[in-house]
Design a binder for this molecule. Structure first.
Ligand SMILES: [Zn+2]
Ligand SMILES: [Zn+2]
Length: 125
């Protein structure tokens, strides 16, 4: 089981190295540099286990494959770059959303996704 342990460790280090939510294939690409020979099935299994253990949480953006990020971050939102397709964390929050509600409505939760070009993509063109 030593092999499985080191591969799982590699997958955890992927998330310790980046704040960006990762798709399974993005995780695989980085994990392969840390644990050569690791496969997509191992990545999927580890992501599932780490989510069940509440070490990871699933990030769902409309029309996107599921991504994963570390659990326990403070409230934040995501930016999806339309150039490179990467997703970035955005600190802070849109205030005043309650003001958009019709009279008598109560807000329980919200999702905000920002779209555009990341710094690399916006200077590339
Ligand atoms: Zn980009
Ligand atoms: Zn918010």
């Amino acid at each position: 089981m030593q092999r499985n342990t080191s591969q799982r460790r590699a997958i955890q280090s992927v998330f310790e190295r980046t704040e960006q939510p990762q798709t399974p294939s993005e995780v695989l690409a980085i994990a392969q540099t840390l644990a050569p020979g690791i496969g997509i099935a191992t990545v999927y299994r580890a992501l599932k286990e780490l989510t069940q253990e509440q070490w990871l949480v699933i990030v769902e953006l409309p029309g996107q494959p599921q991504r994963y990020e570390r659990a326990g971050k403070h409230h934040h939102h995501h930016f999806h770059c339309q150039g490179c397709g990467q997703v970035f964390d955005i600190d802070g929050c849109a205030r005043g959303l309650e003001k958009l509600l019709p009279a008598g409505f109560k807000l329980a939760a919200h999702e905000v996704v920002l779209y555009g070009q990341c710094a690399t993509c916006s200077t590339a063109g």
